[in-house]
Design a protein around this ligand. Structure first.
Ligand SMILES: Cc1cc2nc3c(=O)[nH]c(=O)nc-3n(C[C@H](O)[C@H](O)[C@H](O)COP(=O)(O)OP(=O)(O)OC[C@H]3O[C@@H](n4cnc5c(N)ncnc54)[C@H](O)[C@@H]3O)c2cc1C
Length: 444
């Protein structure tokens, strides 16, 4: 009999297992994959994600093989903002969520999943987790009241536990077996295609947005750079008709300089892609079960936060489960505390922020103006970056009084920038699918 069985052993599962084992609990983590291996995901980890990895004790191992940086450049319709996530805001966030700010780092990484997930699994085993890879769960065991009491593997083995944790990703078997539906679904989202290139020097990450398209470049492991492009999912079918051609076409439309850099580099792997990243939430817990990571909620990759949020949820869930199983409090009180943090107004506002961004509407004049007036105001650029990546509350940065103050101090700064020339015509142009047949014929 285990205290906890975790289904899924990647960022959410390995992390929650590690935290529970460190509390002295007997934990089994199972995964149908074998490690090292990849999942369909890019792998940008913002400073709070890196801080969670530090709290797990694996940051030095990751840093030994992965370039780290503190500054990032975000370019909107050609308007660049360079900054970093402020340490004080990171500390506030950790104190608020976890009552302590141990292990904060302001560095970020882009660490390949076959590297990250293997390090996390090995760390879990070192913490005392029993780990079974290549093990597929095919049933959940329940008692006569319907409380989940264990798992049955495809190999016929049966294991019992006080709690079963679903950390089994977007298509969660645990959620399906329990009949847990999705709610607050957001069908409007992006497609994403990416690959790995050599010959691009290690550099800070760049994130670009122009019209309805986005692109990112980030140094990763093995001396390579991950280059990603995305756009609205309604353009996905046409994009997919010629992935390589449209990948380079998209880069050219977003940033000529970035497109040039990539054109001179050498692609080392095939293209990876997904057409649909519709967002949803699921119930967090019930009798004998808890969901963490993508099993519990998913949102578009456009702010690159799934890994960080999976690590956050793993720590929050482990704290609640640990207090309950450790006898510090009863189950309902512990789980209500977990749910309150996960379903706070701030979390809801951030979910909404990402889902709205994922619609990839062309940037409006007032939005561009905000980016223009931020230039030269480093404190506010940094606060914007922290807000964009869920380190500071969306409501504070976009509070009308803050935007008004920014506007007031820098009224003139949007003049004379090419982003505002011919704005109406450019805005209309940005609504057209550049990968459509008509667009392809026009450029032939
Ligand atoms: C295109 C794309 C790009 C992304 N880019 C980023 C990014 O740059 N940065 C970022 O932070 N996040 C990114 N994300 C999100 C990120 O990939 C996820 O949020 C993260 O992987 C969630 O981790 P997880 O541990 O919850 O689930 P997963 O990583 O999906 O792991 C689930 C595990 O469960 C196992 N499993 C499933 N069913 C069973 C079963 N029945 N029995 C046993 N094992 C089972 C699977 O084998 C798998 O290993 C991206 C996602 C996508 C789709």
């Amino acid at each position: 009999m285990y205290n906890a069985i975790v289904v899924g052993g990647r960022c959410a599962g390995a992390a929650v297992g590690t935290h529970l084992a460190r509390r002295g609990l007997r934990v089994l983590v199972v995964d149908r994959s074998t490690f090292p291996s990849d999942v369909l995901s890019t792998h940008f980890v913002w400073p709070h994600g890196a801080s969670y990895l530090n709290r797990l004790g694996v940051l030095d191992q990751i840093k030994a093989v992965t370039p780290g940086h503190t500054h990032v450049t975000m370019v909107n319709n050609g308007l660049p903002l360079r900054g970093s996530v402020p340490e004080e805001l990171l500390r506030n966030q950790f104190r608020l969520l976890h009552d302590d700010d141990r292990g904060i780092t302001t560095e970020y990484f882009s660490v390949r999943r076959h590297v990250l997930d293997k390090i996390l699994v090995d760390n879990a085993v070192r913490a005392g987790v029993e780990f079974r890879e290549g093990y597929t769960v095919k049933e959940l065991l329940r008692d006569e009241d319907g409380t989940v009491v264990g798992i049955e593997g495809r190999d016929g083995t049966v294991e019992h536990a006080q709690v079963v944790i679903g950390a089994d990703g977007r298509n969660s078997f645990v959620a399906r077996a329990l009949g847990i539906g999705k709610f607050d679904e957001r069908p409007r989202c992006t497609y994403a295609y990416w690959s790995y290139f050599s010959g691009i020097p290690d550099a800070e990450a760049q994130l670009h947005r122009r019209g309805r398209l986005g692109m990112a470049m980030a140094s990763t492991n093995h001396g390579q750079t991950m280059v990603l492009t995305w756009g609205p999912s309604e353009w996905a079918e046409r994009f997919r008709a010629d992935v390589e051609g449209n990948f380079h076409r998209a880069l050219g439309l977003i940033s000529e300089e970035a497109a040039d850099t990539v054109a001179r580099a050498r692609r080392e792997e095939r293209f990876y892609g997904t057409l649909d990243q519709a967002a949803y939430l699921r119930q967090l817990h019930g009798p004998g079960w808890v969901l963490v990571g993508d099993a519990e909620s998913f949102k578009d990759q456009c702010t690159a936060l799934g890994i960080t949020h999976a690590l956050r949820d793993a720590e929050l869930a482990a704290e609640a489960i640990g207090r309950w199983l450790g006898g510090e409090t009863d189950r309902d009180t512990a789980m209500a505390g977990y749910a309150a943090k996960r379903r706070s107004q701030t979390a809801a506002a951030y979910y909404d922020y990402v889902c709205t961004l994922a619609e990839m509407k062309p940037l409006r004049h007032d939005e561009l103006q905000l980016f223009a007036i931020l230039r030269g105001n480093q404190a506010e650029i940094d606060r914007f970056i922290a807000t964009h990546v869920d380190v500071a509350p969306v409501s504070e940065f976009f509070d009308p009084s803050n935007v008004f103050l920014l506007n007031d101090t820098a009224k003139e700064s949007s003049r004379d920038h090419s982003a505002f020339a011919d704005f109406e015509a450019t805005y209309r142009e940005h609504q057209r699918n550049p990968f459509s047949l008509a667009a392809a014929e026009a450029t032939r």
